[in-house]
Ligand binder design. Structure first.
Ligand SMILES: [Zn+2]
Length: 275
């Protein structure tokens, strides 16, 4: 049908986000001949340093963290066979309320229009048929994830290139399975607190439009996450081991928020209606 291969663009906040929420689709679609483009917006300088040293603690050198995480990102992209990696290089803003939110060059303090223009340029260059990013809460409220959402939606609107746009999500039932298996394995796990003022994570199953089976690519997703093993929260997932990891994280789920194909919902393919 098309002269050029189909193209998937995933826009993420930090090095490692590509592996956790879209590692399966990046690997699967690359294997199917789709051109995959990963845009990572920040340098991850607020992540853990070597040896697990936390930002602000003695020995946490942001420049060294940036270099380490760039190398990890490249290794993750190699595991997922990402065709093109683009980094926007904004400063990691840290968690909501951290002084790094307002540091010069931080992603959070960058005007949306300014960063959206840079992303729009990449969209015009790569012409993605499908774009994936986060929901308006950045899935869990991290400022850089919220900002990635905002610039992506602005860039999508101003370019009018992508036929389909998706937000990553997790089914509520998956959290329940996760908690159960973590407890079985004796891994520390806090169940979601229903009285918390934060919005609940994920969505009820019937609000999820798109379920993509990526179990055949579980090893690649695991390897991508393992490439980011300097980050404590990833070690947490790696404790599952490959088999359980793929069982629990082998279906990636999305909400379709833009569509020009009229592919019926629910669907099991981000490219449904395009091939
Ligand atoms: Zn992140």
């Amino acid at each position: 049908m098309a002269e050029r291969p189909l193209t998937l663009m995933a826009v993420h906040a930090h090095p490692d986000d590509e592996a956790t929420s879209t590692g399966g689709v990046l690997a699967r679609y690359a294997a199917e001949g789709v051109t995959t483009v990963l845009v990572t917006c920040t340098d991850g300088r607020c992540g853990d340093g070597a040896g697990g040293v936390k930002p602000g603690d003695p020995g946490h050198d942001p420049a060294a963290v940036v270099a380490m995480r760039q190398a990890e990102l490249e290794a993750s992209c190699a595991a997922l066979k990402v065709t093109h990696l683009e980094t926007l290089g904004y400063g990691d803003s840290g968690m909501m309320g951290w002084p790094t939110n307002d540091q010069p060059g931080s992603f959070w303090s960058t005007p949306v229009a300014e960063a959206a223009d840079r992303l729009a340029e990449l969209i015009r260059r790569y012409r993605p048929d499908v774009v994936v990013t986060y929901d308006e809460n950045g899935f869990y409220g991290h400022p850089d994830h919220i900002q990635a959402h905002r610039i992506t939606m602005a860039a999508v609107a101003q370019t009018d290139v992508a036929a389909k746009v998706y937000w990553t999500t997790v089914p509520r039932t998956a959290f329940e399975d996760f908690g159960r298996i973590m407890k079985e394995l004796g891994i520390e796990w806090a169940d979601p607190d229903p009285s918390s003022p934060e919005p609940a994570l994920g969505l009820p199953d019937d609000e999820i439009s798109t379920w993509v089976d990526t179990k055949a690519y579980g090893d690649q997703k695991f390897d991508a996450l393992a490439a980011h093993a300097s980050q404590t929260e990833n070690i947490f997932f790696l404790q599952l081991g490959r088999e359980r990891f793929t069982e629990l994280m082998g279906v990636e789920t999305f909400v379709r928020v833009r569509d020009t194909t009229d592919a019926p919902l629910p669907e099991d393919d981000l490219f449904a209606g395009l091939r």
